[in-house]
Write a protein that binds this ligand. Sequence first.
Ligand code: HPA
Ligand code: ZN
Length: 338
Amino acid sequence: MEKLIKGIPKAELHLHIEGSLEPELMFELAERNGVELPYSSVEEVRQAYQFSDLQSFLDIYYAGAGVLQQTEDFYDLTWAYLERMHSEHVRHVEIFFDPQTHTDRGISINTVITGIYNALDDAREQFGITSFLILCFLRHLSEESALATLEAALPFRDWIEGIGLDSSEVGFPPENFERAFARAAENGLRKVAHAGEEGPPEYIWQALDLLGVSRIDHGVRCTEDQKLVQRLVQKQMPLTVCPLSNIKLRVFDKMADHNLKKMLDQGIRVTINSDDPAYFGGYMIDNFLATQKGLNLSEQDIVEIAKNGFRSSFLPQDIIDSHLKSIDEFVLQQRNSS
Ligand code: HPA
Ligand code: ZN
């Protein structure tokens, strides 16, 4: 099982690049940029990562992002993540970034996007990892701010595949961002949104019906509404589930309580992702391993979830098909060698 999980070709569709900032790099960048950190050591930082809910995490996550200042900082952050993905047999990534977290403290969107994009470009060349960038609006800020952020990003339209919606969920429903999502669609951008992580099923309905998203990020609270489950199954609407994140943020008490297997068995298109791996204790392989163990997933479940990652991506269909074929080949080869 472990060999299958480690080696199977994977796609990651729910990853906040700011959430891949490891404490070691945080210290390095703090020194490079002369930023004072409220921690004296890497161990102290790790010890601070005890969260009670989404907000308790976001407070620390936005503070950590303060060390990111120059193009090379965003490059180094993204490159470290991609090197790790290369070692984990992740072949395709769709990465979120939060421009407002940076522009609100005086960093230009040009600095942010250029640093991230150059690393994606180098990883395509050196590792053959393909990638898309998804610009996320912070939902605790206004729709005007989201619209202004979108306008500021349009000069980089060719580097951006889609838009998303993240940050504090409860009290900030998707309906607040209808105009911003419509404007993004006018520019041919794809749409996704975080919904149903801490927020109610109603937020998932809104993301589908008012924003017109083509994936739901998290979405685990869908199982509280059987009509919604039917809709997700019927449309084969992907959910980008992040199991270790859900445990760390207390969405579920322990992995054995997670509803991922239940959703999979109901026919929902479930994928496994890492969300903010530096904060939640694991990248893609760790998420697959912990979920398999906690929910006793079968090899067939693992293969299906890995395939769902590619099926739910924004890659062209012929490329998706070639990844699905390479998964089948990998599974066959594994069987023959064991
Ligand atoms: N939810 C909402 N916003 C976020 C998350 C998350 O899991 N991670 C980073 N920003
Ligand atoms: Zn997320």
